[in-house]
Design a protein around this ligand. Structure first.
Ligand code: CA
Length: 563
């Protein structure tokens, strides 16, 4: 197995370097999601071209060879009293303006209907307020009507829409439904509406379903089977692929090839990104705040990451790649000053007005941009090296030299046996784990929530209004004498007075590695290497002490033999 992986890695590297001098397909779609642009402009954000002259961000993208924009569309992202929810406040009317502007610059549009009034992703698929209380039949009809109306509005305004996503990251639900067959039926109605609108206007529109979590390909297969059973007129599958969340490029390669081969669908990358800096531009912390490895965190690393994704996707048979959050730059440096702009124009990720609609994710406060370090423009609106790379790709060349920037790919671990039982808590029998609280409050639970899990959907989750002091451990038995390696994965935030420790007890010795959570989904991987074991067993665990309101998850514990 190990030899096989090395062979594949060598082949991929050889391919990369060979491809650097080769042509890149000019028909490949190069898109950028610009959903926040009007909110940004209203907030006073400016952009410039490569010469430093003030310029329309869409014009800079078009001149850089971007041929598609992508726009999410929320049904009604307002509280009904004129306050927007944030994230661009983008409904069909706002999308129509942006799509028309892009069309005037020669760019086509991918419309991304969330069928929600706010963010839809694997952690939430809330039905629009107007659909509250509807059963599946009524909701299917409402979704069909809404799709026809919203798409018609965008086309009437002059938008050049040639792709429509019916739902956003719908692996586990859509529009308040989580039954896969009901979701498939809703998607079938959305696709039918899109096809009818297109036929009525004599244009071609590709219908798309958008999936994420490609490392769980079995789930993708289940959703596509349900869509087929529902007779969905779905032409294409869009995949989210963020290198720091979704495994190495081999996962992307495999998912694209499998969907093309197994389901006969066109495939494209609907979302990807990479940070050019770890600095925060607007006083609102970023989703990726520590170095994820894989590529350098720099403008060149960002360009290299996109080129790698494009190269891998194209080689596997995908039709295009869309970059996410490309224009979502800071509205200003100081969070204190920015708050009024975020609230007024919706240029941050959420306003306090969204809290009533999505209380699980939105606090009673105005949030900023958590993506400014992954935009394609720097904090002052100047285009980054990634747009030079897009230009070369659009002209049919893989940029020379960038492949060499790529650092080692995140290859799957070899087939070393993990001696931890139920290491990711996916199995309902968790009797092998011992979790103890050192204070009266019990802050932890086993949470089935895919966005907080490192692998699978379940993780050991904690949060409390009181100060926390707890541990989780498992004693692993039946170990041959040898040297072992122990590790686990951790993410979380709001750490105050915190001490987080991975520990191992073996042969009467205790080994410890401290680590620290940074922000949501920024996975830490503490490791204890070279632990000698002669007594047949060891205990692996994590102890956490932190002040009230800290939160996080632990997942995928591992004990493997290294020699
Ligand atoms: Ca930020």
């Amino acid at each position: 197995m190990r030899k096989f992986i090395c062979f594949v890695l060598a082949s991929l590297l050889a391919l990369s370097f060979a491809a650097a001098a080769e042509a890149f397909p000019t028909a490949f779609v190069l898109g950028v999601d610009v959903s926040e642009l009007i909110a940004q402009e209203n907030s006073g954000v400016t952009y410039c071209d490569a010469d430093g002259n003030a310029a329309d961000a869409l014009k800079v993208l078009a001149d850089s060879g971007v041929d598609h924009i992508r726009l999410r569309v929320w049904n009604d992202p307002t509280d009904g009293e004129g306050h927007g929810y944030g994230g661009g406040n983008i409904d069909a009317g706002v999308a129509a303006q942006l799509s028309a502007r892009a069309a005037a610059l020669g760019m086509k549009t991918l419309i991304d209907f969330h069928y929600s009034d706010f963010w839809a992703d694997p952690s939430r698929q809330l039905a629009p307020k107007a659909w509250a209380g509807m059963g599946p039949d009524e909701k299917a009809e409402a979704l069909y009507d809404y799709t026809r109306e919203a798409l018609g509005l965008i086309l009437d305004a002059g938008g050049d829409v040639d792709m429509v996503q019916v739902g956003n990251e719908i692996n586990y639900g859509m529009a308040g439904e989580d039954d896969t067959d009901i979701v498939a039926r809703l998607i079938a109605e959305g696709c039918r509406a899109v096809k009818e609108v297109a036929a009525g206007r004599g244009i071609e529109i590709t219908t798309c379903v958008h999936l994420t979590d490609i490392t769980r390909y079995s789930r993708i297969g289940e959703v596509l089977a349900a869509l087929q059973k529902a007779g969905t007129a779905c032409d294409a599958v869009g995949l989210s692929y963020y290198p720091y969340w979704h495994g190495g490029l081999e996962y992307l390669d495999s998912a694209v090839r499998s969907i093309v081969a197994d389901w006969g669908k066109a495939v494209f990358v609907a979302e990807t990104a990479w940070p050019f800096t770890l600095e925060d531009g607007d006083g609102a912390g970023n989703v990726i705040g520590t170095d994820p490895g894989l590529y350098p965190v720099s403008p060149e690393g960002q360009a290299a990451a996109l080129c790698d994704v494009c190269r891998t996707a194209a080689n596997a048979g995908a039709t295009g790649v869309f970059y996410w959050g490309g224009i979502w730059t800071p509205v200003g440096r100081s969070a204190r000053k920015n708050k009024a702009l975020w609230a007024q124009w919706g240029s941050g990720w959420a306003t306090r007005y969204a809290a009533a609609y999505d209380p699980d994710h939105v606090e009673d406060a105005d949030g900023g941009c958590a993506w400014d370090n992954q935009a394609m423009f720097d904090f002052k609106g100047r285009p980054l090296a990634i747009l030079d790379a897009v230009k070369q790709l659009s002209e049919g060349t893989l940029p020379e030299g960038l492949a060499a920037v790529t650092v080692e790919a995140d290859m799957p671990e070899d087939d070393a046996v993990n001696y931890v039982l139920n290491p990711g808590f996916e199995d309902g029998d968790r009797s092998m784990w011992v979790a103890e609280s050192g204070v009266d409050d019990i802050p932890f639970d086993y949470q089935d929530f895919v966005n907080d899990a490192h692998g699978g959907t379940v993780a050991f989750h904690y949060w409390s209004k009181a100060d926390m002091d707890f541990s989780i451990r498992q004693t692993v038995t039946g170990l041959e004498p040898g040297t072992y390696r122990a590790s686990a994965w951790s993410q979380g935030g709001d750490m105050k007075d915190a001490k987080l420790t991975l520990f191992v007890e073996a042969d009467g010795e205790t080994y410890e590695a401290d680590f620290m959570n940074t922000s949501w989904a920024d996975w830490q991987n503490p490791v204890l290497d070279a632990i000698p074991v002669t007594g047949g067993e060891l205990t692996i665990g994590i102890r956490i002490r932190c002040a009230a309101l800290g939160w996080g998850t632990l997942d995928d514990f591992s004990v493997t033999r290294v020699e």
